[in-house]
Design a protein around this ligand. Structure first.
Ligand code: PEP
Ligand code: MN
Length: 339
């Protein structure tokens, strides 16, 4: 059920609707928009009777929702969500660039990379402290030590920190040291982790699962939102197909497909999406050209010595080149509004 309020509905009328939703044992999610507020209802197993709401003050319409998702859709919020992190944003006019190593390996490595990331004008620094590795014998990340290095990077360069939480305890730690919680492809359907992220005070970067359909991915976002965290960015990072020329197949058609259904920002990861250094910049450009709100890119000061994902890491010089190319494309497809 979706309650659409009249454009002149008062705060008191919105509160009254929320009160009725609560008294029925459900949860109300008010989504203020440019012209009106809509209120999503979750927690109901079956259909909710619209007559509970139709005659309340300020209510324009009570609409039955037949789609599997309720909160991530443009039905409830026609305008795009802008995820704000301090003075930086994803989903706004500016192309968001998140860059950094796959894993934090040392303070010196993180600082060498962050210096270039900052100099190129990116606002977000990525780096895993906890790594979901295929082999239990591969480098697993520095753990909390890595998070402390990331916090130092934030203080030194003013970059916002995006880092992965592998489990619920990891969310507590990212909340302590970071600015945005990454949920990795392998965890996209870890429902207890999604629910915990839904209670977090930080925005969430939700990567698409290795073989997830669009519906599964959007429903994973719905899990987070249904717990009350509306600050979610989706990330297309490639899916597994039969191709052998790339690590994954970057599904760029997912960008307009997501944007048609959802108000959430969506970004592209050309690093995991290709697995190959020489493909990262072309696919980053393509991602921006199809309308992505941003990019997440792996960069290393010494890719040949990287402890994880070296083959797809850009050098510092290549990253500088990438930023100028993608900005030129973004300027063509979404020209900055001159005031
Ligand atoms: C990563 O960002 O380093 C990562 C592990 O990504 P994904 O979950 O997309 O594989
Ligand atoms: Mn990686």
């Amino acid at each position: 059920m979706l309650i659409v309020m009249k454009s002149d509905a008062t705060d008191g009328e919105i509160k009254a609707v929320l009160g009725v939703i609560e008294s029925l044992g459900f949860k109300g999610h008010p989504m203020p928009g440019a012209t009106r507020t809509a209120i999503g209802i979750t927690g109901n197993q079956g259909a909710v009777d619209p007559s509970h709401f139709e005659n309340l003050g300020g209510v324009a319409e009570a609409i039955r929702v037949s789609k599997p998702y309720k909160l991530i859709t443009r039905d409830i919020r026609p305008e795009k969500t802008v995820v704000r992190i301090g003075d930086a944003a994803i989903g706004g006019d500016e192309l968001a660039i998140i860059a950094g190593p796959c894993a934090i390996e040392s303070r010196a490595q993180a600082f060498a990379i962050a210096e270039t990331v900052r100099r190129c004008g990116a606002r977000f620094f990525r780096g895993g402290a906890y790594k979901p590795r295929t082999s239990p014998y591969a480098f697993q990340g520095l753990g909390e030590e890595g998070l402390k290095i990331l916090a130092e990077v934030r203080d030194a360069y003013g970059l916002k920190i995006v880092t992965e939480a592998l489990d619920e305890a990891g969310v507590d730690l990212v909340e302590r040291y970071g600015d945005m919680i990454q949920i990795g492809a392998r965890n996209m359907q870890n429902f207890s982790l999604l629910r915990r992220a839904g209670k977090a005070r930080l925005p969430v970067l939700l990567k698409r699962g290795l073989s997830a359909t669009l519906d599964e991915w959007l429903l994973a976002a719905e899990y987070i939102m249904s717990e009350g965290n509306y600050q979610i960015v989706l990330c297309e990072r490639g899916i597994r197909t039969f191709t052998q020329h790339t690590r994954n197949t970057l599904d760029l058609a997912a960008i307009p497909a997501v944007q048609r259904i959802s108000h959430l920002p969506v970004i592209v990861d050309p690093s995991h999406g290709t697995g190959k250094n020489y493909m990262v910049t072309p696919l980053a450009c393509a991602g921006v050209a199809v309308g992505a709100d941003g990019l997440i890119v792996e960069v290393h000061d010494q890719p040949d010595r990287a402890l994880s994902d070296g083959a797809q890491a850009l050098t510092l010089e290549q990253f500088m080149q990438l930023t100028s190319e993608v900005r030129a494309i973004h300027e063509v497809i979404a020209p900055a509004t001159v005031s």
